[in-house]
Design a protein around this ligand. Sequence first.
Ligand code: ATP
Ligand code: MG
Length: 370
Amino acid sequence: MNDTTGPAGTILSLEAVTRRFGAYTAVDRVDLAVKGGELFALLGPSGCGKTTLLRMIAGFEIPNEGSVLIDGQDMTDVPPYERPVNMVFQSYALFPHMTVAQNVAYGLKQEGMARSERDDRVAEVLQLVELSALAARKPDQLSGGQRQRVALARGLAKRPKILLLDEPLGALDRKLRERTQFELVNLQERIGITFIMVTHDQEEAMTMSDRIAIMDKGRIHQIGAPRDVYEDPTSRFIADFIGAANLMAGRIESVTEGVARVRLIAADTVVKVPSDLPLAEGDAVTVMVRPERITAWRDADSATPGNTLTGVVSDIAYLGDLSIYHVQVSDGLVVQVAMANRHRADHAPLTWDDAVTLSWYPGDGLVLTA
Ligand SMILES: Nc1ncnc2c1ncn2[C@@H]1O[C@H](COP(=O)(O)OP(=O)(O)OP(=O)(O)O)[C@@H](O)[C@H]1O
Ligand SMILES: [Mg+2]
C-alpha cells in the first residue's frame, strides 16, 4: 500500500451514485469501492447502466445524486480532462488519417506536453503494448487486435491512475479475444494501474478480473471474486447469470443443525442442503445446483451417497471435453448434468431414454431465497 491510494488502498469510491434520464433511472444508488491495482469488471445485461456508470467515473456524465471520489478526492467539480482517469471506448475511436504514433500522442499534445517528452512517452507505451514496429502505420493497415492495442496505448499514455475500458474486446473474434484477454491481464499486472472493465460476457469477466460487480436495472446486485459469485450467488438472477444453474423450486420441511430439508415441488422429493440463512418450515425457496456437481448413474446402486433424483435422459449435447445431459425428472423438472468425457473410448456412454439416477453431495447445493 502506498501514499497515492486512499483509506485501505481504495482508489475509487462511489457513494449512492444515481443517474436519471428524464423519468428513467439508468444508475440507481450505486455504492462501490475499488482498490488500487485491481482489475475490476462490471458485468450485466445490455442496458443495465454499465456505460453510464463508467461515464460518471470519467466525468462525461454528472450524477443527479451521490458522489464519485478518486483517491479520496471528490470529483464533482473536476472536469473529465483533469481527472486521473482515462477511458477506452468500445469503438476505439482511432483517427483514421493519423499514424499509430500520432493517435497515441494526440491527447498528450492537447495537454501541451513538450515534443521530446511526448515522443519518449509514445515510444514507451507503444513498447508496452508491443506495437513499436508499427508506429508509422495508419489504423486501416492494422488487424483488429492491433487496433485494440493502439486504443489501449492511447488510454495509458497519460499515465492515469484508473483506466476505464468499455467492452475492450468487443470488436474481436473469439480466438483473438481469448488471446487478448490474457495479454490484457498480463499488461495490467506489469504496470499496476487499476483497470475497470465493462463487459457483458460472464466468461470474460471470470477469466480476467480480480473482482466482479454484477449489475441489473441500474443496481449492483453482488460484488465478489469470480469464485465467490459462482459458488455463493445471493440470488437466482446471479446464479443464472454466472454460469449454468439448476434452479429447483421447493419448500422448507425442517432445519436442523444448519441443514435444511427441502421438498422439491416438481420432483416431490426431499433433499438436504446446508444453509445458514434464517429459514423456517414452509418457506418457499429455490435449491441451486451447478450441472457439473451432479453425476448421472445408470446403476442406482453405484450412485454417491447424498441427494438423489431419478429421471430419463431427454437430450445430450456432446461438446468434446464434456457432455451436457438433460434429464427429465418429472413433467415440471428437467435437470442439467455436465460430465467430463475423460476417456477417448467410453464403451457405454449414456444415451437418449436411459433411465438414470442423479446424485450430488448436500454441500454442493445452495438455498436461495431471493
Ligand atoms: N443520454 C441518454 N439519454 C437517455 N437515456 C439514456 C442515455 N444514455 C443511456 N440511456 C439509457 O440508460 C440505460 C443504460 O444505458 P447504458 O448505456 O449505461 O447501458 P449498458 O449497460 O452500457 O448497455 P450495453 O451493454 O448495451 O452497452 C439504457 O436504457 C439507455 O437507453
Ligand atoms: Mg454500454
